[in-house]
Design a protein around this ligand. Structure first.
Ligand SMILES: [Fe+2]
Ligand SMILES: [Fe+2]
Length: 348
């Protein structure tokens, strides 16, 4: 069950949302048909009303509500992204309704962070549009953020790096599944590029080189058990992971996923240079840094291939241009908020 007190973003003890969290948690572990018959009529309306209250409080800036909102969304996404032997409410209508309330509020919050008029400034010619996307990213405060360039590089301790990799697991730990989800329905150059990227994720057929396996080596170095990982994720880590799943699982959000994942690839190399520097400064075991070393080169190739083969052909369409840029801005803004939260000078 939820332990809000361990989250940096939710430092208050047990809150008024905990009963709802417990109730939804039980519901998600109930078979779909049973969950739907338990929650019909007034019971369903009341539960959805309580979820709406969490969203309202999160919108008003309540950090604990944000944590609960993202925690619940993560729990719902587990139904769709993890295999389990236990019963789940995966196909349940009420679970979907709860998920949609949380997703809608999450998406609206990201849209509010986009500077008004910015999306309208995007050039219409595909190559000019691509240059504009990169320029927008370079001018964003997340670019060369001091969290990586000062804190991780020069000051982070072993304990800081340990915490860092836990927070990063929400995207890096399942990048292959995100690609697999977002490629459904694509064709041509875009599908080929996603497939090539996915095959790299699979270590080009060498099981020992599968990227998630390499990433998990860091967890072995730091001896991080699953339970610790679960209770250490902050609201903004959960949010970044949830945004990735949200964009990859809906076909209507495919262009946003293109932007979001493309920007993730594009930002990784410069960030990982700082992580490798910290790793060497601390003299940590080489086996734990293979993933980051590899991605300094491979993700710059991935970003280049992605921009050329996925973004450029799509950029002929006005709807795609706007939506790709929207996904990119979600990634830039959410990443910036997350890195601000992680900076020791800000969080104390
Ligand atoms: Fe990778
Ligand atoms: Fe990559």
């Amino acid at each position: 069950m939820l332990e809000v007190g361990t989250s940096r973003a939710g430092t208050e003890p047990a809150s008024r949302f905990l009963t709802t969290v417990d109730e939804v948690t039980v519901l998600l572990g109930t078979a779909a048909d049973k969950a739907d018959s338990q929650y019909s009529g007034d019971a369903r309306t009341a539960l959805l009303g309580r979820v709406a209250e969490i969203n309202k409080a999160a919108d008003a800036g309540d950090q604990q509500a944000l944590y609960v909102q993202q925690y619940l969304l993560d729990r719902i996404y587990r139904l769709h992204t993890k295999l389990t032997d236990r019963e789940t409410a995966e196909g349940s209508v009420v679970a979907h309704e709860i998920g949609r309330l949380l997703e809608t509020a999450t998406a609206e919050a990201q849209d509010r962070l986009i500077e008004p008029g910015l999306l309208e400034e995007a050039p219409t010619e595909p190559r000019a549009y691509l240059s504009w996307l990169k320029k927008t990213a370079r001018e964003h405060r997340v670019y060369k953020h001091p969290y990586y360039h000062e804190f991780i590089r020069n000051r982070a301790t072993e304990a800081d790096l340990r915490n860092y990799v836990m927070q990063e697991s929400v995207v890096d730990g399942r990048f292959d599944d995100l690609l697999a989800m977002m490629q459904v329905g694509t064709a041509g150059a875009a599908k080929m590029e996603i497939a090539a990227n996915f095959w790299d994720e699979m270590g080009n057929g060498d099981r020992a080189q599968v990227h998630t396996t390499l990433f998990n080596k860091i967890f072995e170095v730091f001896q991080i058990p699953d339970e610790e990982l679960e209770r250490s994720l902050t609201a903004n880590s959960l949010l970044n992971g949830n945004l990735a799943v949200l964009l990859c699982r809906y076909r209507s959000l495919y262009p946003e996923a293109v932007g979001f994942l493309g920007m993730t690839e594009w930002m990784a190399p410069d960030r990982f240079v700082q992580v490798v520097h910290a790793w060497e400064r601390l003299g940590l075991p080489e086996v734990g840094i293979v993933y980051h070393r590899l991605h300094i080169t491979i993700d710059s190739q991935h970003a280049q291939g992605w921009f050329h083969n996925v973004v450029l052909p799509a950029a002929e369409s006005p709807r795609m241009r706007r939506a790709i840029a929207r996904g990119i801005l979600w990634r830039l803004n959410a990443s910036a908020t997350y890195l601000d939260e992680r900076m020791p000078s800000v969080t104390g």
